[in-house]
Ligand binder design. Structure first.
Ligand code: LER
Ligand code: MN
Length: 281
């Protein structure tokens, strides 16, 4: 039994029957699967049964922040719809006994503010707090994920996410680093995880090219050591995507065979090898 629990984000399995995705993730020894945050497209009861039968869990929900789901949009109707979306995702997660849903305040690929930064910050605090209170009633936690500057202008580094999380006053959740984004935005990925420490709620792993660890140039040894040293006990979820600027365009790209068996097998093997080299905490 290793130290960490592993999940694989089904985002890149786009178009595949979720039963096949669950079977693959279980077959390669994962503890869980991360499910795409489209409650209207999946039956949570079917996923709960399939994962239970396969002996794995649902680790997290990879929410999809489209322009209609922008928590800091100047139009109050858009902000309200975004809060409702996060609440719907929390209910979706609850039906699958999934502990964490991923939250980001802006639409994905929004690279410039549409309002005054202080005003947007206040809207983010209000929206996350409102959705977070609903999630808390459901026993679900929020994970504020940082993205790189080409997918958002709003929150790129873990220190910003910690400040935003603390401003909400919520107790159910924390912050999330994704090594693909951190490779662009943090001075040191390992150091950023150490600084975020107890606030870490969820982690996405991908190599520098957003393929499986071992495919790019990131050295995961110090990253895994940092997560162990801060006592991180959430999931390590592999979010791997083909080389598209817009991560959601990758979903419908198709023909990404490497992201199925090959990378699913490679990802967990690479990080487990790092785990086996850990210096005792
Ligand atoms: C989501 O986890 C993420 O990392 C962003 O690129 C939006 O998909
Ligand atoms: Mn991510």
């Amino acid at each position: 039994m290793g130290r960490f629990r592993y999940a694989y984000n089904a985002l890149v399995y786009h178009g595949e029957d979720i039963a096949d995705s669950i079977e693959r993730v279980a077959r390669f020894g994962y503890d869980a699967i991360e499910i795409v945050g489209e409650p209207g497209q999946y039956d949570p009861r079917r996923i709960a049964k399939l994962t239970g039968d396969a002996g794995i869990a649902v680790s997290s929900i990879c929410s999809i922040y489209t322009p209609e789901r922008d928590l800091v949009h100047p139009d109050p109707a858009v902000r309200a719809a975004a809060v409702r979306y996060v609440e719907d995702v929390a209910r979706f997660a609850c039906e699958m006994s999934c502990p964490t849903i991923i939250v980001h305040p802006t639409a994905c690929m929004k690279t410039a503010a549409l309002a005054d930064p202080e005003q947007e910050w206040e809207w983010a605090v209000q929206g996350i707090r409102a959705a977070g209170e609903t999630a808390a009633d459901l026993g679900v936690s929020l994970s504020l994920e940082c993205w790189n500057r080409y997918e958002t202008y709003f929150m790129n580094r873990l220190e910003q996410a910690v400040a935003l999380w603390q401003a909400t006053g919520l107790a159910n959740g924390g912050v999330q680093g994704d090594t693909f984004h951190m490779n662009l935005e943090e001075e040191s990925i390992a150091q950023a995880f150490r600084a975020a420490g107890p606030h870490l709620q969820h982690v996405h792993l991908a190599d520098s090219n957003r393929a499986a660890p071992g495919s790019g140039h990131l050295d995961f040894g110090p990253i895994v050591q940092a997560l162990a040293d801060v006592g991180y006990d959430g999931y390590l979820s592999f979010e791997l995507l083909p080389a598209f600027a817009d991560p959601f365009a990758a979903m419908s790209a198709g023909g990404q065979e490497a992201f199925f068996d090959r990378y699913t097998e490679q990802a967990i093997a690479h990080i487990r090898a790092c785990e086996s080299e850990l210096a005792e905490v």
